[in-house]
Design a protein around this ligand. Sequence first.
Ligand SMILES: *[C@@H]1O[C@H](CO)[C@@H](O)[C@H](O)[C@H]1NC(C)=O
Ligand SMILES: *[C@@H]1O[C@H](CO)[C@@H](O)[C@H](O)[C@H]1NC(C)=O
Ligand SMILES: *[C@@H]1O[C@H](CO)[C@@H](O)[C@H](O)[C@H]1NC(C)=O
Ligand SMILES: *[C@@H]1O[C@H](CO)[C@@H](O)[C@H](O)[C@H]1NC(C)=O
Ligand SMILES: *[C@@H]1O[C@H](CO)[C@@H](O)[C@H](O)[C@H]1NC(C)=O
Ligand SMILES: *[C@@H]1O[C@H](CO)[C@@H](O)[C@H](O)[C@H]1NC(C)=O
Ligand SMILES: *[C@@H]1O[C@H](CO)[C@@H](O)[C@H](O)[C@H]1NC(C)=O
Length: 415
Amino acid sequence: MGEINPQAPQSTSLFNFFQLKYLLYLLIFCLGASMGSLSTSYFDSLSFNIQNFISTSSSIITSSPSSPPFPAPLPPPPPPRQPEEVVLVSADNATSPNTTCSDNLTTSRVVTLKEEKSIMHNMSDKELLWLASMLPKIRDFPYERVPKVAFMFLTPGSLPLSPLWEMFFKGHEGLYSIYVHAHPSYHYNYPKNSVFYGRAIPSKPLWWGTVSMIDAERRLLANALLDLSNQRFVLLSETCIPLFNFTTIYRYLTNSKLNFLSLYDDRSGVGRGRYRQGMWPPIALEDWRKGSQWFEIDRVLALRIASDKPYYDAFSKFCLPPCYSDEHYLPTLVNILYGESNSNRSVTYVDWSQRGAHPRRFERGQINRESLDRIRFGSECIYNGNNTRMCYLFARKFHPNALEPLLKMAPVLFG
Ligand SMILES: *[C@@H]1O[C@H](CO)[C@@H](O)[C@H](O)[C@H]1NC(C)=O
Ligand SMILES: *[C@@H]1O[C@H](CO)[C@@H](O)[C@H](O)[C@H]1NC(C)=O
Ligand SMILES: *[C@@H]1O[C@H](CO)[C@@H](O)[C@H](O)[C@H]1NC(C)=O
Ligand SMILES: *[C@@H]1O[C@H](CO)[C@@H](O)[C@H](O)[C@H]1NC(C)=O
Ligand SMILES: *[C@@H]1O[C@H](CO)[C@@H](O)[C@H](O)[C@H]1NC(C)=O
Ligand SMILES: *[C@@H]1O[C@H](CO)[C@@H](O)[C@H](O)[C@H]1NC(C)=O
Ligand SMILES: *[C@@H]1O[C@H](CO)[C@@H](O)[C@H](O)[C@H]1NC(C)=O
């Protein structure tokens, strides 16, 4: 269970909004059978279960053999076995009609990341955000859970530095999930053994500086939220590289007490000057912030962003060029709602030392141990209350021709 194969025509229709109700009925029965307590509020558990089913999460399942079993079931109502519904549940096409959710939750097939075929679906943005906005009311997880980090790539098309990322992720299956938002016309052809295989999410075209950028970020967050194991959410572009090995970055992110989003109060024309009166309420001029769109945030904030309406509405209505939503939306929202839990710094390095509207782009000739170590250890900042020189986990912008020297530097980066 838990895996959706959208290539199977039956299961794609899972996301047909109207068929969702069949799923809900089935889930209710499954809950009756497995949770045992029919008096439990259906809705609390329901949202949890929907997400499990939609989720391509593997760790829910991989961890289940060792996890505490569900409470002993009360006499369960026999689950309905209409063909359509069985197909919905055994979407991994285990083909065994025995494998419905009521049979044996604790001995579910072990699913590895490699088996995840695709996370493609055809929910509309509205449906997706609604589904992603659900929050389990019971805080304790009924199974042992390994937190995952969601790496969300926002790219016009290809990921030219993907070989470096492949090296980065290798051997850490189950600790991360990847989501790629590219232009809808871009055709993916990552091989089956690639970590990027099948990780494209349904996308829409976007225009730099417009609110379509925020739409894409929220789309990525919402898709990643559907996997309950994802606890940290990192936004990356096709020009980004990792600066340390997976273990180091994973620990840094999952142990951090704070979110990482750079933001500041720029009182000039390109800061507060972009504020519009119509945004009040909910946004006052003194709340207005500027910052970088490349964030690293926790699940609470991710959920808030994906389910935001008032701030999103204000931005989509009033933040028109020369107001750029991607420079102000998240910084302003975080400043108003989550200032306390923000480190106010970014973990994505970028070099603005050259004047102009665009940061420096690193090319082939500029990749060496010194330049990389300057990025990796050349600053000072605070991490969980302690001073550290490890301020950046990722860096941008790297030209595709930097790939080869970067691969040669991999032992330095990942050692
Ligand atoms: C799923 O299982 C059915 C029944 O065994 C089979 O006919 C069908 O081809 C399978 N579909 C996929 C995508 O494997
Ligand atoms: C979702 O995809 C299925 C199969 O391709 C299709 O039958 C269905 O109409 C689609 N639903 C929507 C809302 O596009
Ligand atoms: C269902 O379970 C029974 C008993 O465990 C087994 O004999 C049968 O082969 C299973 N059916 C399928 C399709 O796997
Ligand atoms: C259910 O799980 C238990 C515990 O692992 C196992 O012993 C039992 O055989 C399973 N039952 C079925 C029907 O698979
Ligand atoms: C970040 O800024 C907010 C105000 O926006 C402040 O409340 C918070 O303490 C700052 N965080 C750190 C780590 O300084
Ligand atoms: C700071 O570092 C010291 C020594 O490494 C460690 O014992 C301490 O727990 C750290 N403090 C915080 C707040 O992480
Ligand atoms: C990852 O990097 C750290 C230092 O950043 C190093 O101590 C550790 O051995 C590396 N892990 C692996 C598996 O290479």
